[in-house]
Design a protein around this ligand. Sequence first.
Ligand SMILES: NC(=O)c1ccc[n+]([C@@H]2O[C@H](COP(=O)([O-])OP(=O)(O)OC[C@H]3O[C@@H](n4cnc5c(N)ncnc54)[C@H](OP(=O)(O)O)[C@@H]3O)[C@@H](O)[C@H]2O)c1
Length: 264
Amino acid sequence: MKTVLITGASRGIGRAIGQLLWQQGYTVIGTSRQPTQAETTPFELYPLDVSSDESVERCVGMVLSKYSRVDVLINNAGIALYGAVEEATVEDVRRVMETNLLGVVRMTNALLPHMRAARQGQIINMSSLAGLVGVPYLGIYAASKHALEGYTTTLRYEVKHLGIHVTLIEPGDIGTDIERKQASRNYQEYKRGSESAVAIHEAHLQNGPPPEKVAAVAAEVIRSRRPHLRYTVTSGDEFWVPWMRRLLPDWVNERLIRSHFRLE
Ligand SMILES: NC(=O)c1ccc[n+]([C@@H]2O[C@H](COP(=O)([O-])OP(=O)(O)OC[C@H]3O[C@@H](n4cnc5c(N)ncnc54)[C@H](OP(=O)(O)O)[C@@H]3O)[C@@H](O)[C@H]2O)c1
């Protein structure tokens, strides 16, 4: 059975994926920034902060010395940031990018040499529907996931001939307690739009499907002999988001998104 390393497996989507794969007989290695506080997983949690070079090096070193190989890397760890893009300071943006983009780059760079040497492997990056369309008042998060999409689609071209499969999972709103901070600045001009958009996001998260829905898709991707580039995980009207983006002109998409978030 394959050995799977999942970043951010202490709760939410990462934990649900780990639990399902563990039940299915995979060797699951999870990670958390503070593993002692997260004892509810049936699999082992290694300490890892993907925003730190040293932490990634230490974690991957420990994992490879114990397991000698990792067949599947699931780059799941991620955080969100609410607020207008102008309200986010460079430090706010850096924090999100350090985890959502550079965290993926660090982990991928650390494990690719082993996958290249083995001439096999699989990398699954947890994107979002926010990687496909701009999302008002969640713009920095959307920017990090758009960057992840560009990185991942390119990586797929470059490592396919080495036997390494690369895939994006793009969930809509899922019922987790994802870490979501507020941007550091607060401007009156954005107050109304921000309050309305954030209330809509929060309601969607609360009513979103459980993380097990994403876990089932991740398990399908791992089982697949030829995994696709993208797997979306949607509920209700979210189903149309990837299609809207592909098929409709920008001005129609903009109108639909404005109306969805009740923007002026
Ligand atoms: N929930 C949604 O609606 C939704 C929708 C689309 C995409 N996603 C994506 O799915 C992924 C998981 O989100 P979730 O909703 O399951 O969130 P979550 O419940 O907050 O879980 C996030 C996980 O990431 C870990 N983490 C956060 N920062 C980290 C860092 N710097 N280094 C290492 N681990 C870190 C956390 O572990 P510790 O705190 O224990 O370190 C936690 O286990 C994210 O990439 C998110 O963008 C979520």
